[in-house]
Design a protein around this ligand. Structure first.
Ligand code: HEM
Ligand code: HEM
Length: 186
């Protein structure tokens, strides 16, 4: 099939993909940075609330992205790609969406089982609706940490797969998520 005829993601899908990817990577770095701030200091409270606030906004954007995805069929993969790889791609994309949702949700849940709640951008206090429980906080916090590693691992596989399509398979898979088509060597 001619390159121009091949199915591509829409501009909105691309914008949402790259915006969410960029913000998520920043939020990962922010989460790790929190580990370096001494507990019980004012700086800790300030930055943790900033992390929570940014995380909530990213969570909303992820919901928009999921809504867009559920109401728009993604372009079919080129038929040169073996069925098992097409199935693996679909399964990994589903899992990416699940982990992307669990990440902010677990943080939000944890925050509501701590007396600190969320001080949105250090201005508006959202009072916690849950009880102050170290146990329940710990469960959601642990989920937040474990999910961060799972998501990072899957994103790594995802990026390696994208690079394989670009450099080894020389097919259109990488290009269809870019606004500009890359030249394809055949
Ligand atoms: C949107 C995506 C989010 C990502 C990618 C993310 C990522 C991370 C990471 C990587 C850490 C460090 C984990 C570790 O100790 O290894 C962390 C810590 C934390 N996150 Fe998030 N986060 C997100 C959203 C949120 C939200 C929405 C909240 C709360 C409303 C939140 C609350 C927290 C808290 C309280 C910690 C500190 C945990 C501790 O040090 O005990 N996060 N986050
Ligand atoms: C936090 C980082 C990232 C996340 C969470 C993520 C997530 C996703 C998801 C869920 C899809 C499926 C889109 C759909 O059909 O709805 C997708 C597609 C894609 N992503 Fe990412 N992505 C990330 C970073 C990257 C990076 C860094 C690259 C490139 C190096 C990349 C390259 C691609 C490509 C080429 C596709 C299209 C695959 C296809 O046509 O089937 N992604 N990504």
């Amino acid at each position: 099939m001619d390159m121009d005829m091949e199915a591509r993601y829409t501009r909105t899908a691309m914008l949402l993909h790259w915006l969410v990817a960029l913000l998520l990577l920043g939020q990962f770095a922010f989460g790790w940075y929190l580990q370096d701030i001494a507990r019980g200091t004012p700086a800790r409270g300030y930055f943790v609330n900033l992390h929570k606030s940014c995380g909530l906004l990213i969570g909303l954007l992820i919901l928009v992205r999921l809504g867009w995805r559920l109401s728009h069929t993604p372009p079919a993969l080129p038929d040169t790609i073996p069925t098992w790889q097409q199935q693996a791609a679909l399964a990994s994309h589903y899992l990416l969406y699940v982990l992307m949702l669990v990440m902010p949700l677990s943080g939000y849940m944890a925050s509501n089982f701590s007396r600190f709640g969320i001080k949105f951008f250090n201005v508006i206090q959202f009072a916690p609706w849950g009880i102050d429980s170290k146990l329940v906080y710990g469960i959601f916090n642990q989920t937040h940490i474990v999910t961060s590693w799972l998501l990072l691992a899957l994103v790594t596989v995802h990026v390696l797969a994208a690079i394989k399509h670009l450099l080894v398979d020389h097919d259109s898979v990488f290009s269809r998520m870019l606004p500009q088509r890359l030249p394809v060597r055949r």
